[in-house]
Design a protein. Structure first.
Length: 284
């Protein structure tokens, strides 16, 4: 399993890094579109759709993203879109986690399918716009989610159950602890402060997420990154809830050793649109 994970990660890096650092954002946006289409196919499978409907979902997602690209939305500010998508993630995510696994099958299948495709479209548009803003900005957003996940994992392993009586969401993801969440939050705060300092010390031409948020003061920066880290946990738990309802461990086997595309981007689904919402209103 470890060998598979390493090989898959190396292959993905060999594909993603040249696209990421290419002078134009188009190659990275196109590659992200391929991954999002794969996620749309997985989404259909998670919702018990037939192979035909799952492939149709991937096609619909490609058409939505392609239309957005053709309309020039990669280069336009769309704060209303981010406000609606972000608000839906906060409200719907909180509602789903409160109701738990049994509520998912009670939602009409068509609504679930359409909502998932909409979330994937918004994620693609957000990551493409983030790449247009700059490589440093995009990497700082991705690093926030990675740090929240990695720090939570090691904190949970080291301190899980020592300071809190219950698990974070035992009926959804029994392995996650409150200590892991707190460790993830601490890691994100350190990352944000360190990255902002590095931007200033090295006089980086393209400001990161943290430098942009920091223009409103350090307290705003800290509250913003803690909010984003919280929503990354929500994204992770929502996907776990859906997989548990579907009775599967992974969204697919497209990425050997890692599961599926949705398993890798679940925390990014709410975080990327909410990041774009924050900078739409918080950047002077």
């Amino acid at each position: 399993m470890l060998k598979q994970r390493v090989i898959t990660a190396l292959v993905l890096l060999l594909i993603l890094l040249p696209a990421l650092f290419y002078p134009s954002p188009e190659p990275f946006s196109a590659l992200a579109l391929v991954l999002i289409a794969a996620g749309a196919w997985e989404w259909g499978r998670l919702n018990s759709c037939s192979q035909t409907v799952s492939l149709l979902g991937a096609l619909v997602c490609v058409l939505l993203c392609g239309l957005s690209w053709n309309l020039g939305l990669l280069y336009r500010s769309v704060p209303l879109v981010w406000s609606v998508v972000g608000g839906l993630w906060v409200l719907a995510g909180g509602w789903l986690l409160r109701k738990g696994v049994p509520v998912w099958p009670s939602i009409p299948a068509g609504l679930r399918w359409a909502a998932g495709l909409g979330a994937l479209w918004a994620t693609w548009l957000a990551v493409a716009q983030a790449r247009v803003i700059g490589i440093n900005f995009l990497l700082s957003v991705l690093a926030l989610v990675w740090m929240a996940d990695i720090a939570a994992y090691f904190s949970g392993k080291a301190f899980g159950g020592r300071f809190s009586r219950g698990k974070l969401a035992p009926s959804i993801s029994p392995g996650k602890s409150w200590e892991g969440v707190w460790g993830g939050m601490a890691g994100v705060v350190l990352l944000a402060l360190g990255w902002r300092w590095a931007d200033q010390a090295w006089q980086v031409a393209e400001p990161s997420l943290y430098s942009r948020l920091g223009t409103h003061g350090v307290w705003f920066l800290l509250l913003a990154v803690l909010f984003l880290a919280t929503m990354s946990v929500v994204g992770d738990l929502v996907e776990s809830l859906i997989k548990r309802s579907a009775g599967v461990k992974d969204s697919s086997g497209l990425l050997p050793g890692h599961g599926g595309v949705l398993d890798r981007v679940d925390a990014l689904l709410p975080t990327l649109p909410l990041t774009m919402m924050l900078i739409s209103f918080a950047t002077p």
